[in-house]
Design a binder for this molecule. Structure first.
Ligand SMILES: *[C@@H]1O[C@H](CO)[C@@H](O)[C@H](O)[C@H]1NC(C)=O
Ligand SMILES: *[C@@H]1O[C@H](CO)[C@@H](O)[C@H](O)[C@H]1NC(C)=O
Length: 353
């Protein structure tokens, strides 16, 4: 085999090993069905069942929501009100930009620089929900999720998040006891994921959004948490698909405009995007391989000409001080052949072996 090919393959193996190592969790998410931690529908008493009363309620009765200020847009008031109305005995906290920043400054000052430094407001809206869950516990609900029934049965688990299709978890509805190890891990991990990925959507998804949360979740599960550290998964049917589901989706206009809609779209399709990324990487790899092969070949021809035909080389150098473009050189090699130096191709073959 050509030495150049061996080097090329080795370099590629190194790069691929590095890439696979860094995206291993992402890849393993592809095959994670969360079945082991799913909250089974038979576990959830029907909306008015007396069984609800008999279950422990360990998550505090607090509902957290976020918006930039106190003025909730019209299209979300109904959803917001449905949660408030169903839970008169719950504390309700709306985390506005100002309140969020004060909270971080007072309780988690080590995070304040990162929090202020986030390029997109949605990153602050994402991160604040992890902090308030880790701190106070309770249930976080996105403003576009209305409540369809009381959350009480979900208070029985130390922590729960919601499953997204086809894989991974989302951060639009989740619950936790205070100081739950998973959410502690999440807030500790945020800083190391605060990176820019060129595209705003990927940056948001992977620094604070559902993709970030899914990766931390997958790694957390790898540590085999104890029963009290377990994170239970609310499956799609129980989330918002049926009359007995917990939430209803209100498709309001996004409060961040088009950008956020794209982010949410990407949130729903990140697995597709990941696969697309790998295909692109494959195409780029192939193109590199092809270009590398061409270069090797040209290099071999070039070296050959100047080493093996000293007479011709001297002549061509003295007559053309500028480097000739490749196609011209090929012509000049042909001329050499006509002049009786005909080993060019033959010699090239021997260099390849
Ligand atoms: C549960 O009870 C409430 C009132 O207490 C009632 O409005 C609702 O229809 C009941 N739901 C079901 C599924 O029976
Ligand atoms: C909240 O923000 C909106 C626009 O972004 C503004 O119209 C509204 O007055 C603000 N509300 C408060 C209470 O500052």
């Amino acid at each position: 085999m050509r030495r150049g090919v061996v080097i090329f393959i080795l370099v590629n193996i190194l790069i691929i090993t590095f890439l696979v190592r860094s995206v291993f969790t992402l890849l393993s998410l592809l095959v994670e069905d969360a079945a082991a931690d799913a909250i089974h529908r038979s576990d959830i008493p029907s909306p008015n069942s007396s069984l609800i009363e008999t279950r422990p309620q360990i998550i505090p009765k607090i509902i957290h929501q976020t918006y930039k200020n106190e003025t909730i847009p019209e299209h979300w008031r109904e959803a917001q009100q449905s949660c408030i109305d169903l839970h008169p005995d719950y504390e309700y906290i709306l985390w506005t930009n100002e309140k969020s920043r004060e909270f971080i400054a007072a309780e988690y000052p080590w995070f304040l620089d990162t929090f202020d430094g986030y390029e997109y407001p949605i990153q602050r809206a994402d991160s604040i929900r992890y902090f308030v869950l880790a701190h106070y516990g309770g249930t976080y609900i996105d403003l576009d999720d209305g409540c369809n029934r009381r959350l009480d049965p979900l208070l029985a688990y130390p922590a729960w998040v919601r499953r997204t299709a086809p894989t991974g978890i989302s951060n639009d509805a989740m619950g936790s006891v205070p100081q739950h190890p998973f959410f502690l891990r999440v807030i500790e991990t945020l800083q190391s994921y605060d990176r820019s990925w060129l595209l705003p959507y990927i940056t948001v998804m992977y620094s604070t959004g559902p993709l970030f949360l899914s990766v931390v979740w997958k790694q957390y599960m790898g540590d085999k948490p104890s029963e009290s550290g377990r994170v239970r998964i609310l499956m799609q049917d129980e989330y918002n698909r049926h009359s007995w589901s917990f939430f209803t989706h209100h498709k309001g206009n996004s409060w961040h405009g088009k950008d956020a809609r794209l982010i949410f779209w990407m949130g729903g399709h990140w697995m597709f995007l990941t696969v697309l990324g790998f295909v692109l990487a494959g195409v780029v790899g192939f193109a590199l391989w092809w270009a590398y092969g061409r270069l090797l070949l040209l290099g071999a021809q070039y070296k050959y000409r100047y080493r093996k035909i000293p007479g011709a080389a001297t002549v061509s150098r003295s007559t053309s001080p500028l480097r000739m473009p490749n196609f011209l050189r090929r012509v000049s090699a042909k001329k050499d052949e006509e002049c009786g130096v005909s080993e060019t191709t033959y010699e090239l073959y021997s260099r390849r072996d």
